[in-house]
Design a protein around this ligand. Structure first.
Ligand code: ATP
Ligand code: MG
Length: 151
């Protein structure tokens, strides 16, 4: 069923507040006008929670996390951007492999399953998952869906 993406994302951010590090802030911006989408809420929530929890975990205290959404006639986009440790270039190709963890992540707790789940959910939703990352600079994950999936 159709719903407004903006309050949906705001609610997820509210839920995340208790789990982010000291001084970290999640900034949310919705670009443009339309914000009604028809997407699987359960899957989408899982995707956003996973990306936000990574953004927080792999960023230091006090760092900002940015989430941006955009909806146009065809597409819905959700982007999570952090200023964290980044992903070494050599590790980037393996990100969606179960249990894979980048070399600079060894001091952070994790099993390496989150992104594999995200990738599976995005696939189920017929979307695309892309990223850009620079070590010691930050990481951006972008998820793109058809606004109204044809079943
Ligand atoms: P969990 O299963 O608890 O999510 P995890 O966070 O280690 O464990 P993934 O979420 O699958 O596993 O991420 C896989 C690896 O990708 C991480 O171990 C880390 O090396 C890297 N990674 C993912 N997101 C980020 C990010 N935002 N910044 C830097 N590295 C990241
Ligand atoms: Mg994770």
């Amino acid at each position: 069923t159709a719903f407004d993406l903006v309050p949906f994302i705001e609610e997820i951010i509210d839920e995340m507040q208790g789990y982010i590090k000291v001084g970290q802030q999640i900034h949310y911006r919705h670009e443009g006008q339309p914000s009604i989408v028809t997407l699987d809420k359960q899957l989408l929530k899982n995707i956003v929670l996973n990306l936000l929890s990574n953004a927080s975990k792999y960023s230091a205290e006090g760092k900002e996390i940015m989430i941006t959404t955009q909806v146009d006639a065809q597409q819905a986009m959700v982007q999570v951007q952090d200023q964290g440790i980044g992903i070494p270039e050599a590790d980037q190709a393996h990100l969606f492999t179960p249990f894979f963890r980048a070399h600079n992540a060894v001091n952070y707790e994790g099993t390496g399953l989150g992104l594999n789940i995200v990738k599976r959910y995005v696939d189920i939703m017929n979307g695309t998952l892309t990223y850009t990352s620079q070590q010691n600079e930050g990481t951006t994950f972008t998820v793109q869906f058809h606004k109204t999936p044809s079943l």
